[in-house]
Design a binder for this molecule. Structure first.
Ligand code: G16
Ligand code: MG
Length: 222
């Protein structure tokens, strides 16, 4: 039986990717990297340092950034991002998420957050959702990021549940790979084409309801 639900943050609970994008675009401009939709997509669910590397790869190579410069660029991005996070409100919660969290609580599911973001607690607080989550994985304690399963296996352990007692919800292909590799049932939010490895895909967070998920499980037993 499913007893726990493990959530990604950006793209599942909050529309923070818009804010990450604004802050990264500034960095891209500063280093002369061309900002494209595919670059923006590739940054989803990827850690801050790895995101910066992807942006620097898009710079016409005449300057090698040293570690100190990279640290500075990453810090600048984070300062900018945190200023944007400070203006977040409940309006930045994706549609349908509050009723979904309510119904999960009501039915005694245990909830954990598995976000690559070091700012996830701050974001949850700003949008008023902290109290729903009994566990938040600290990405600084992990050795590998998504698509490695570590963040999801850690979340299940923190909830004292086995992987097959959990569901994981993600909007990024890398995230779905991480959930699958953890042997956790995966729900993708977004386009079927991109999230084809997920066990179920919902087009948007409005469709994320306990009934829709249960319906799928019932169909599978037939
Ligand atoms: C999020 C975003 C990524 C971001 C990462 C790290 O992941 O999708 O774009 O780079 O967190 O965030 P920070 O710089 O705040 O530590 P997730 O896992 O919530 O989708
Ligand atoms: Mg995400």
């Amino acid at each position: 039986d499913i007893k726990g639900v493990i959530f990604d943050l950006d793209g599942v609970i909050s529309n923070t990717s818009r804010l990450h994008n604004v802050a990264w675009q500034q960095v891209a401009k500063q280093v002369g990297a061309q900002w494209t939709e595919s670059l923006s997509n590739n940054l989803k669910g990827v850690s801050r340092q790895d995101s910066l590397e992807l942006i620097l790869q898009a710079v016409p190579a005449d300057h090698q950034y040293n570690e100190r410069e990279k640290q500075e660029l990453a810090n600048d991005k984070n300062k900018h991002y945190l200023r944007l996070v400070d203006n977040m409100t409940k309006n930045d919660i994706l549609p349908g998420i509050v009723p979904f969290l309510e119904s999960l609580k009501h039915n005694n599911y245990q909830l954990a957050l598995a976000s690559a973001s070091k700012n996830s607690s701050r974001v949850l607080e700003k949008i008023g959702l902290s109290h729903y989550f009994s566990e938040i994985v600290d990405p600084q304690k992990l050795s590998k990021g998504k698509p490695d399963p570590e963040i999801f296996t850690t979340a299940a352990k923190l909830l004292s549940l086995k992987p097959d007692q959990c569901i994981g919800i993600e909007d990024a292909a890398m995230g779905i790979q991480a959930i699958n590799a953890a042997n956790i049932f995966s729900i993708g939010i977004g386009e079927q084409d991109i999230l084809k490895d997920a066990d179920i895909v919902f087009e948007n967070t409005n469709l994320l309801t306990l009934n829709n998920i249960r319906e799928y499980f019932e169909q599978r037993e037939l």
